[in-house]
Write a new protein. Structure first.
Length: 755
């Protein structure tokens, strides 16, 4: 099989080379000229007509050259190398991101929202072969992107069609049998028609024997319909499969031996585990397919300062999942095992050399239609320059989600399988688990927004943004025999409205130095549906009597931010920002009373911190790119109520370290070694709590990385080494105690062609 992939890769590179030679017949080669331009690409995610260095926002950008140099192939990899973001890859494929302390964020690709992240908290994201750049806007941003943008917005931009012929191909092989093949091309195919296409395929056994596979493709056309009109059409698709990963069960209590001595503390991993051993069933899988089709029409008015665009897109995702999500040690009230822990005043005996496996299964589909109509323009009022943006957005979402009850309905010898910690036999027999419920949801969103970036003077600028959103949701639960519906509940309806804003000021002291201050807010609809046996408490501490529509108000929050951009040509650039975020109206479980479950919208949390990004080039061949993040994110007291107090108030939010840092230093050789590039880098994190009780934690870690590349003509050979000193560390857990070991030392070799 590997030889087939190698052959395909060589064919890709060969075809690319041949195509390039064809192109070169009509190409005049010029001596290399280095040009420094004052133009800097405006920020895509900020929707502002100014470069990042002049935006009253905090945005991190990862460009295609940096993605290539670091050999990054996923959003998780990218997030390790920007400030303010901590990635989390759970169950082997579900990605989420803690931005400024919160994992409430929005992901957009070419401006199209991926609603799965706010529906289900996390979602798989495919490889980056067709991505040109990634921007991360940090902080509350609902005024720009609608609901759920508290921590920030992650924006991916595809490679776009060009009239200039472009060809690229790449093949990588690496540790644990990994491989990757990708290719792309662009250019003019007819008068007024340009194209871009990309594809990739990757796979391999992998660090934890998950045998992940990813296949994706992208195709785009630009039509110049007239001197004033253009149409962009694109389609992308993926077919990815992950092996899932439940981690390794660490203990969450003091464990005693037969003599009564404590041998393991909470968070410890008992002896006998190997970092690469995975205990999931061979049946476990996360299969994810999607298709996106979009068309964007843009009209340039005779006044070149004004344009009108309409962006229509359709997104479809089909996900199927089964995993051994819970690994627990065998326990007994009888002294049949050599170790025990205290359950109150009672000893519970525990086996540390064998574990039990419990599964979980669900499947969902997402159909999402979005349309965005925007008007952009520039005008003057007196001496004030206005950069105006106004628009209307609409989205229609339909998602059926199927779930199963493992404890009640799973059958077969593989149910509740017992495994040895050492040399486990993973296949414990067949397992049958029919679906038992289907949840249907229809969501409709209307948003009207205006934004004005004002140049009040030559030095002072302001950003004023307002948005009104109307959110409607219909929900229905059905009961199934596998996927055949047998009965349905009544439909429930939710309606919410929200007004969001952003107000910012920026003062440009010199061409190289400015300061800014900003305030913005966010909202997120709560999808709670009234159920029998529940008592609901509002954010005022009083009992809510559900009307058959809304139970809770939207979750809300706001951010204050101040910062500075420093830019001395390409010699030294720095972005510094400090922030405070408050999140409120969080729904919390408040226990039970008189046989009823109490649920209250009384929770609060806040986050404050500092972020510093630095890029410096002391001399032409030497470049340093580094960042530091300081974040303190904590739970706050509940809103006053008669049912419960927050016993965890003052605790740190889980998975949010106080300190994070990254850095890379690159040296480009010249003269006899021209084309050679070397780089060394690091990633650092202080401890992070695994749970909000703050009883378990991931230890601090620091890892070292390196790269070496050699470019000649249109070719590049590159080697990347990650985790050089083979550090054992953790960033993710499943069901709290299932710590997933991060990758050990690994090497990747890449050959690429680009023209």
């Amino acid at each position: 099989m590997k030889s087939k992939f190698f052959t395909v890769g060589m064919l890709c590179l060969g075809v690319s080379s041949a195509f390039a030679q064809d192109l070169s017949k009509d190409t005049l080669r010029l001596d290399e000229v280095v040009i420094t331009s004052q133009y800097v690409k405006p920020t895509e995610v900020g929707r502002l007509p100014v470069p990042l260095s002049q935006a009253p926002l905090s945005v991190s950008r990862m460009s295609a050259p940096m993605i290539s140099d670091l050999s990054l192939n996923s959003l998780i990899d990218v997030a390790r190398n920007v400030t303010g973001v901590r990635p989390n890859n759970s169950y082997g494929g579900f990605q989420s991101f803690y931005i400024r302390g919160f994992n409430t964020f929005v992901v957009v690709t070419d401006g199209i929202r991926d609603e799965r992240h706010n529906l289900y908290a996390s979602a798989p994201n495919t490889t980056l072969a067709s991505i040109e750049s990634i921007e991360i806007l940090k902080g509350a941003a609902s005024v720009m992107y609608g609901h759920s943008a508290l921590g920030g917005v992650i924006s991916l931009v595809h490679k776009q069609p060009t009239s200039v012929p472009r060809v690229n191909a790449q093949m990588s092989i690496g540790s644990w049998g990994r491989y990757s093949i990708q290719g792309g091309a662009g250019g003019n195919i007819a008068r007024g028609v340009d194209f871009r296409t990309d594809f990739s395929m990757s796979g391999g056994e992998g660090w934890r024997h998950t045998n992940d596979r990813a296949y994706n493709a992208y195709f785009a056309l630009n039509f110049r319909l007239s001197d004033y009109d253009k149409l962009n059409f694109s389609v992308s698709a993926k077919n990815d499969r992950y092996g899932t990963d439940t981690g390794q069960p660490h203990v969450d209590k003091d464990i005693y031996d037969a003599d009564g001595s404590v041998i393991y503390r909470p968070g410890d991993l008992p002896e006998g585990f190997d970092r690469r051993t995975r205990y999931n069933d061979p049946l476990d899988h996360l299969a994810d397919k999607d298709l996106t089709v979009s068309a964007k029409w843009t009209h340039q008015f005779t006044n070149p300062d004004w344009s009108l665009s309409d962006y229509l897109s359709y997104y479809y995702d089909d996900l199927d999942y089964y995993a051994s999500e819970k690994l627990t040690y065998l326990t007994s009230s009888d002294p049949i095992y050599n170790h025990y822990y205290m359950n109150g005043n009672t000893k519970t005996y525990i086996s540390l050399d064998s574990i039990q496996r419990v599964g979980y299964q669900f499947a969902y589909k997402v159909s999402l239609l979005q349309n965005q109509l925007e008007l952009k323009g520039k005008f003057m009022t007196g001496e004030v320059k206005h950069n105006f943006l106004g628009g209307y957005s609409f989205s229609s979402l339909y998602t059926p989600r199927y779930t199963a009850n493992y404890a009640a309905d799973a059958t077969g010898p593989g149910k509740n399988a017992h495994l040895s910690v050492v040399d486990p036999v993973l296949n414990q027999g067949d397992l049958n688990l029919p679906y038992q419920k289907r949840n249907l949801a229809w969501e409709y969103m209307h948003g009207i927004y205006v934004q004005d970036y004002l140049n009040l003077t030559d030095r002072l600028s302001a950003l004023l943004s307002l948005r009104y959103d109307r959110y409607d949701r219909t929900y229905q639960q059905a009961y199934t025999k596998d996927k055949v519906v047998t009965s349905k509940d009544e439909k429930a309806h939710i309606h919410d409205n929200a007004l969001t804003y952003r107000f910012s000021l920026l003062y440009q002291f010199t061409d190289a130095f400015n300061v800014y201050a900003s305030t913005s807010n966010y909202f997120k609809p709560t999808r709670t549906v009234a159920s029998p046996g529940y008592v609901y408490i509002g954010n005022d501490g009083k009992v809510i009597e559900p009307s058959g529509k809304n139970v809770f108000s939207p979750e809300k929050g706001y951010q204050y931010e101040a910062g500075s951009h420093i830019a001395f040509s390409d010699k030294f650039n720095a972005n510094i920002s400090g922030f405070y975020i408050l999140r409120k109206n969080m729904v919390q479980s408040l226990g039970t009373k008189d046989g009823q479950t109490i649920s209250g919208q009384v929770g609060k949390a806040d986050s404050k911190g500092l972020e510093v990004d630095i890029n410096t080039r002391p001399w032409q061949q030497f470049n340093i790119n580094a960042g530091y993040t300081f974040t303190v994110a904590k739970l706050k007291e509940y809103a006053k109520n008669d049912y419960a107090e927050n016993t965890q108030a003052g605790n740190y939010l889980n998975l949010v370290p106080k300190h994070m840092a990254y850095g890379w230093a690159f040296y480009d050789f010249d003269r006899s070694l021209k084309g050679l590039k070397l780089g060394v880098g690091f990633n650092y994190s202080s401890k992070a709590y695994v749970n909000t009780a703050n009883t378990l934690e991931f230890e601090p870690y620091a890892i070292a990385n390196a790269m070496a590349g050699y470019s000649f003509k249109n070719w590049k050979l590159q080697m990347n080494i990650n985790n050089i000193f083979d550090k054992n560390y953790y960033m993710t857990s499943v069901n709290t105690i299932g710590f997933i070991p991060e990758e050990g030392r690994n090497v990747k070799f890449t050959v690429s062609f680009d023209m």
